[in-house]
Design a protein around this ligand. Sequence first.
Ligand code: FAD
Ligand code: UDP
Length: 370
Amino acid sequence: MENKNLVVGAGFTGAVIARKIAEELDEKVLLIDRRNCAAGNSYDYKDKETGISVHKYGPHIFHTNNKEVWDYLSRFTKWHYFFLKPNAVIEGEKVTLPFNLTTIRELFSPKMADRLEEKLISNYGYGIKVPILKLKENEDEDLKFLAEYIYENVFKNYTTKQWGLKPEEIDPTVTARVPVYISHDNRYFQDKYQGIPLNGYTKLIEKMIDHKNIELKLGVDYKELKEKDFKRIFYTGAIDEFFDYKYGELPYRSLRFDVRTLHKEFYQKTVVTNYPNNYDFTRITEHKYFLDEKSDKTIISVEYPEKFELGKNERYYPISNPENQALYEKYQKEAEKYPNLHFCGRLGGYKYYNMDLAVEKALELFKSLS
Ligand code: FAD
Ligand code: UDP
């Protein structure tokens, strides 16, 4: 058998695995990706006309509490320190998101805001995050009203657009990613480490995979690869595709991005504005804010969720529910027949991983190799 490793997919997961093997085991790695660029869904590029860095596959903000992950990535990039503070348009007004004590003041009269704030703090405590579906269980009349208001204006329609399902019909951890936050902290994330790679995600990944033991081949699909005899294979693509959909297709959500260059300095006041209730899109991202880039023009992308359809669009989100998990596990059982084959990453693991978790899981997988 060849003493060489194959890594399929040059996103965060594939890049970390490839680098660890190349550097620490001093073994050869062939890293392939069917796209013509590295970095997976975190891929960004500098627009030639404006010099603005564009997150091609949607807004990517790195955030983690895991020091090991942060330190590992910091070997390959310096950071632009950045806190995401998005807005949501509610009843035509741009308000603070996540829904917090500031948002309550923006939407309700001072008297009512005082009452709601006091009830939230006495029921849950200051600084506590309450998922909307939990807040809806509260029996207090005022909090019931508030929960219903937030549910109707922030979650119900956004979730229906994003997933084609109501909040109660999807895994509760999905809406719990954006809890009601009993705080005046207006940041979307509270992690200790947050930022955007100073020269972008693509440069970070390119630096990580720049190693004498790593051979990178772009524009190559695993299915086209003639050579299949490897010491280990790490597959970060979709597991159902790998097994030719023998048990059926795993469902995913996809997105369409309408990217526009505008001849004005700014389009909106924040990097991301969510539109829960209006239009068919969910959010608008204005890219120049990520790295505080200056231009008299600006680039926005308008994000339209859609169903994933083979050959039509890309897989962006696994849809977590018991039925899909059972189907994933069937594929995983199949994978266990091949001890040198590892499925990993957001697609290979069929998990709604953020970038930090993709890196954490890749580091763990490397540690587990014998
Ligand atoms: P991917 O980045 O998906 O990489 C997989 C790679 O495998 C792809 O490049 C693909 O082309 C390649 N591939 C697949 N099949 C094959 C094949 N058969 N042959 C060859 N190559 C193949 N995370 C955050 O932490 N913060 C954020 O703000 C954030 N925002 C996001 C916004 C959106 C819209 C989306 C979709 C995701 C966001 N994420 C965010 C999540 C982040 O994109 C993922 O955590 C990360 O990209 C996972 O990396 P990965 O390497 O596992 O997978
Ligand atoms: N969500 C919502 N309204 C919002 C923001 C989020 O209903 O204004 C829900 C929606 O179901 C979404 C989930 O919370 O899919 C997670 O949101 P997040 O911002 O983490 O989504 P991502 O950036 O991963 O697309």
